[in-house]
Design a protein around this ligand. Sequence first.
Ligand code: EZ4
Ligand code: CO
Length: 412
Amino acid sequence: PGWIGRTVPDVIERVEVLVSSPSRNYVTLRLTTRDGIVGLGDATVNGRELAVASYLRDHVGPLLIGRDPGRIEDTWQYLYRGVYWRRGPIGMAAIGAVDIALWDILGKRAGQPLYALLGGRVRDRLATYRHAFGWDLPALLEQVDAHREAGFENIRVQAGVPGLDVVYGVTKDNTVYEPAGRAAAPAEEIWDTEAYLRSMPGVIAGVREHVGDAVGLLHDAHHRLTPIQAARLGKALEPVGMYWLEDVTPAEDPEALRLVRQHTTTPLAIGEVFNTIWDCQQLIENRLIDYIRVAVVHAGGISHLRKIFALAEVHGVRAAPHGPSDVSPISLAASIHLGVAVHNFAIQEYMGYPDLVHEAFPHAWHVADGHLQPGDEPGLGVTLNDELHHADDYEPAYLPVARRRDGTLTDW
Ligand code: EZ4
Ligand code: CO
């Protein structure tokens, strides 16, 4: 249906919130307009799915009915400023889902892929990185080699730690990694930062020796270090020439990264748990990081990510959004469209999905020659395979919690 020449704008007529579990849990927002255009948004907050589903169903959905889907920025402001108690992961994921769905509708109405509406391509293909892990170096190198053979030029490397039973990002038997466990309560893991700091630099240096200079190596410390421990790790890894070191310290403390930065030239990345531009304003304006990792769903959607990336552009910080299996292929689509259209976008994480997830969310985006492509379908280019989205499949799944050897709770 054409919109040029219409005097009466289209209106949002139907709001559906789908909680489903095509092997892992996702929350999907589906908006349908009077003209029959469908927009999809991802609202998944891993481990707190039903909270955001209720926020959308009970509080946001009723406010959307009858609104003009073309007023994307106004709707964003209405859902953000129209709540006295604002920000936070649940509310911002709900806004993110609405925003993604409205951009999807705009693209479909215009008959254009989303990146065309964001200013068009600034690059032919989008760099990405894959995850490799192994409990020990030989096992890790097997996965590194497999990703290189598949054409990937940048690889995140995670390894086991001697003396620990469980380590973030790794499985002991080197099988598929999925951190969220289906259970009524989170699993508890023992964590030992000193043991990690003793072993990890040697493992990563071993990977560098194996692959040579041409491969970008990344590593995620998952917010577990103190500033001085992070500085020590950054310095130890300088000879390796890392692409980046990610999430070295807890993300809510920007001053911690100033201390790290004073000690090391290893590039720093952070931001997957941020919800708004105000969470990263200091980090960006003071150039305390090299890469900002905000995720399209968790930081208020496409509209808000563009503002964060524009702020980053002014300060020489590059965009590198989170792309784990715990945000759906709808989020990844939005990120990839941004990725080909935003000048200071560096790289998109692509953790990959179980086969059933690809089937549940058929998508135009794809991997070609070790890079990501958005495809040329109108809007986001993602549809839903309705048969694979059943609310009754939902079972709680939680990310683990971590304790030090003495039992003190620490960052997972
Ligand atoms: O551990 O989203 O960089 N990627 C990551 C992720 C997070 C998961 C938590 O489920 O840190 O893999
Ligand atoms: Co991370």
